[in-house]
Design a protein around this ligand. Structure first.
Ligand code: ZN
Ligand code: ZN
Length: 260
């Protein structure tokens, strides 16, 4: 019998217990346990002792049952965790045996500009992943989403770029602890090797782009932030000089080579 079925049975039993208790009391009454008559049907002490046993013993049996079921489900959980660990260490968890070279998308936000993941976390060209959910995590943690992600195939990242026209395609190498997925990796350390610049302006999508332009954006969690886009001369002509950056300046600010 499975632990869940056992637990359900026990809970049903506990719910029935008060009804059973009333039933037993009624029965005891009819058997003369509470009457003053000299000759009850069954000896009064026998009925009373059975009552005490019922009141004392049955809850004890339930408690024992729950303890047993609890121990069994704890054991099952430990077992399943052990199995999952085995799964991770034997199959999809191919530590440095495979060079984790990949592609991904990044935004450029903030002032001074920073590389930023699509979910809003900023990072340097060479950085260790941090966990937003649990501070004590050293990413990647199997049960968590933390760590640096990257696609193995260039075309997967390229396809994602068509869905996120405000982002840039970057080439990365991942190091340290890592998980291998069907389409890529999740790892502890990331080094950004290159950022690909779009040829067309990210604003009008028509003219060739030349300059980085910062614009104020409504961001994640409803805060505002600066986002940098690579724009054409025409689109950037309306922008103040303080909100513009040359390719060379951006390269120095990010410490990442920029390529057309
Ligand atoms: Zn985490
Ligand atoms: Zn333009």
């Amino acid at each position: 019998m499975s632990t869940a079925t056992l637990r359900r049975g026990l809970i049903r039993g506990v719910r029935l217990y008060p009804i059973l208790a009333v039933g037993v009391l009624v029965l005891a009454h009819f058997l003369g346990a509470f009457s003053k008559s000299e000759n009850p049907l069954i000896s009064r002490s026998l009925v009373l002792n059975s009552l005490y046993a019922f009141v004392g013993l049955v809850p004890l049996l339930f408690i024992t049952g729950f303890v047993f079921v609890g121990a069994r489900s704890d054991h099952a959980m430990v077992q399943s965790q052990r199995n999952r660990k085995k799964l991770i260490t034997s199959d999809p968890f191919l530590l440095p045996s495979e060079a984790m070279v990949g592609y991904k998308l990044a935004l450029i936000t903030n002032r001074p500009p920073m590389l930023t993941g699509l979910t809003g976390e900023t990072y340097y060209a060479d950085d260790h992943a941090r966990c937003d959910i649990k501070e004590e995590h050293i990413p990647p943690i199997a049960d968590c989403d933390c760590g640096f992600y990257a696609y193995r195939e260039y075309r997967d990242a390229k396809f994602e770029l068509t869905l996120n026209p405000g982002a840039f395609l970057i080439d990365v190498e991942l190091y340290g602890m890592g998980f291998v997925y069907t389409k890529g990796y999740r790892a502890e350390v990331q080094q950004v090797n290159k950022l690909s610049l779009p040829r067309r302006c990210m604003n009008c999508h028509l003219l060739p782009a030349h300059t980085f332009v910062a614009k104020y954006k409504l961001g994640y969690y409803a805060n505002t932030f600066w986002q940098w886009k690579f724009c054409c001369t025409l689109c950037s002509s309306v922008t103040k000089n303080e909100n513009k950056m040359t390719v060379e300046d951006m390269k120095n600010a990010l410490s990442v080579p920029l390529h057309h």
